[in-house]
Design a protein around this ligand. Structure first.
Ligand code: COI
Length: 352
């Protein structure tokens, strides 16, 4: 791998106590090109604009997939990733669905390790501080025929972050718009899955909601995701989350939560859950929590939801499952407790 270092670092000009999510980037980025059937020229170069022709596939047909990961620094200065091979598997699944070429696992992992080692000072220790890692692949061939690009770029950029949301969320249950349909791309981390949420989410925000709970596109009955997160509903003392079908992203935080809950005597059901069931549980005082999970937020509590013109508030409960699960997963991520699952992966430039 070629490495070209930035001549001047922006580190000392960055106010780490005042970061807005996704607006600040580290000194370097990783780039690798796909041409003539193979990935070539992996390199780390200073973070800067790239030149792409206006006819590139990504601008017209949207061949673009991405991943979201976080790097955490422990108190001894070691940097950790959380289940990075799961992100590799998922970007491969996403790429296949978007007719994009497969990336080698060693390119993905060595790029992450090299880049994070070079920009390690950007990763600050302390719970809440992390670097959000954004690997992405897009079609870069200059050709506007509606067919898969013959050229791609795989890149990784790094963004120092603090928390994604401040406080619990107010969400609106989708009755008209859909995020994904059967047979579509909902399970892929395709750029278009996010872009298509902006308009309906904007409408919901005008009405005072933070995010939308996406429901199945056929009947708008079953809960699928919450904004950019997977969703969990606690009825009595059981947490319920939808199975990951072709409309739901196979969230890495989601599956980690399921495992941690199972191992900590929290009952989990993975099954379809309808909005009718949620409202009935609310009316009987059995709806205890709703929360979302995702890399960016880890776990985010939902304090109320709107459905068919009515708002349903959830009581704030002590020792919520959301807090308990978030605390365990966070401590694993920051190397504060033992990791019985082998999920933590130490960042090291040589050990890939
Ligand atoms: C993540 O949690 O990594 C996401 O996908 C959210 C992101 C779109 C900000």
């Amino acid at each position: 791998m070629r490495i070209e270092k930035a001549s001047i670092s922006r580190l000392n000009d960055t106010d780490f106590s005042n970061l807005k999510f996704g607006e600040t980037f580290t000194d370097h980025m990783f780039v690798c090109d796909y041409e003539y059937g193979k990935w070539v020229d992996p390199r780390i170069i200073p973070y800067k604009p790239i030149e792409i022709e206006p006819s590139a596939n990504v601008f017209h047909y949207g061949q673009a997939v991405f991943e979201g990961m976080k790097a955490y620094k422990d108190d001894s200065g070691k940097i950790w990733l959380f289940r990075p091979t799961e992100n590799y598997k998922r970007i491969s699944i996403s790429s296949e669905r978007l007719a994009m070429p497969e990336l080698g696992e060693s390119v993905f992992l060595s790029a992450l390790n090299e880049l994070l080692t070079l920009d390690s000072e950007w990763v600050k220790s302390g719970i809440g501080n992390s670097v959000y890692v954004r690997p992405f692949i897009f079609g870069s061939e200059h050709c506007i025929a509606a067919s898969p690009s013959k050229k791609y770029k795989f890149m990784i950029i790094l963004s120092p972050v603090q928390s994604y949301y401040n406080g619990a969320l107010k969400v609106l249950v989708a009755e008209k718009y859909s995020r994904a349909a059967n047979g579509g791309v909902g399970y892929a981390k395709a750029a278009g899955n996010y872009g298509s949420q902006f308009y309906p989410t904007g409408l919901a925000q005008k009405d005072g909601y933070d995010q939308i709970i996406w429901t199945d596109s056929k009947d708008h009955k079953f809960l699928e995701e919450a904004g950019t997160m997977n969703i969990f509903v606690r009825i009595d003392d059981t947490i319920i989350t939808a199975p990951t079908t072709d409309t739901i992203l196979d969230g890495i935080t989601r599956k980690s939560i399921i495992k941690i809950a199972n191992d900590n005597n929290i009952k989990v059901e993975v099954r379809p859950i309808s909005i009718d069931e949620v409202i009935e549980a609310h009316s009987k005082g059995r709806l205890n929590e709703i929360f979302g999970s995702g890399t960016a937020v880890v776990v985010s509590e939902i304090s109320s939801f709107g459905y068919k013109g009515k708002n349903y508030d959830l009581k704030k409960i002590e020792n919520s499952y959301a807090e308990t699960l978030k605390s365990i997963i966070t401590k694993i991520q920051y190397n504060l407790i033992k990791d019985p699952y082998g999920w933590r992966s130490e960042v090291s430039a040589i050990k890939v």
